[in-house]
Design a protein around this ligand. Structure first.
Ligand code: B4P
Length: 195
């Protein structure tokens, strides 16, 4: 079993690349963004709480997100490994994930960090906002707030994994296939070293 974290600012392509990586490596995709949007769509109390934060471009409280991930891990005891997409996003989430994975004796193979310029991020998210129906994508100031929130609370998560020498920086600009090939090269070299 091996686990990967796909890391990067909003719009860096985490969701896009996760779809391809989970197929190639037979991993269970855990996107906290998708899990939260699912709760919102189902009009659950958790979804209603999450929506208030997401609509402002803010992160959802740690305890909500950690609880969701913990039950998703428990619901998939037999999978080949997990691809965490958009999680962890705070230092508290990173510590909680360490504890949860320790219990399963299933460490993180790598944190793959996508690097994309701010101009490109804003362009991509506004473009997605034209069709996605996502209220956090179609407003320039909410998008900027999401990027600010990333700098305030999320960039430090990479430091946590740098200490364990797990962080791999990958250029997130170029075609989807080029970026996918670069990610696979990094993953394969780590799987081969482990074997
Ligand atoms: P998320 O759903 O995680 O995702 P995202 O930040 O919108 O971006 P992602 O990087 O996945 O972008 P994508 O591939 O789709 O977060 C949404 C919100 O949920 C957060 O703001 C927060 O409020 C909440 N949340 C989620 N997780 C949380 C957590 N752990 N703790 C607290 N709160 C949490 O790509 C974006 C666009 O770019 C797409 O349209 C795509 O087609 C395009 N694109 C992708 N790759 C491209 C390429 N190479 N070239 C050109 N365009 C590309």
């Amino acid at each position: 079993m091996f686990n990967l974290i796909l890391f990067g600012p909003p719009g860096s392509g985490k969701g896009t690349q996760s779809e391809k990586l989970t197929v190639k490596y037979n991993l269970k995709h855990l996107s906290t963004g998708d899990l939260l949007r699912n709760e919102i769509q189902n009009n659950t109390p958790l979804g209603n709480e999450a929506q208030k934060h997401m609509n402002k471009g803010h992160l959802v409280p740690d305890e909500v997100v950690i609880g969701m991930i913990s039950s998703a891990l428990d619901s998939n005891p037999k999978c080949n490994g997990f691809l965490f997409d958009g999680f962890p996003r705070t230092a508290a989430q990173a510590k909680a994930l360490d504890r949860l994975l320790e219990l399963k004796n299933a460490p993180i193979l790598a944190m793959l960090a996508l690097e994309v310029s701010e101009t490109e991020l804003i362009k991509r998210l506004l473009k997605r906002g034209e069709t996605s129906g996502r209220s956090d994508d179609n407003n320039d100031s909410i998008i900027r707030e999401r990027i600010e929130e990333y700098h305030r609370k999320t960039t430090s998560v990479a430091e946590h994994y740098k200490q364990a020498k797990k962080v791999v920086m990958v250029k997130g600009e170029g075609s989807v296939d080029e970026i996918f090939a670069a990610l696979c090269k990094e993953i394969d070299s780590r799987i081969n070293t482990k074997a």
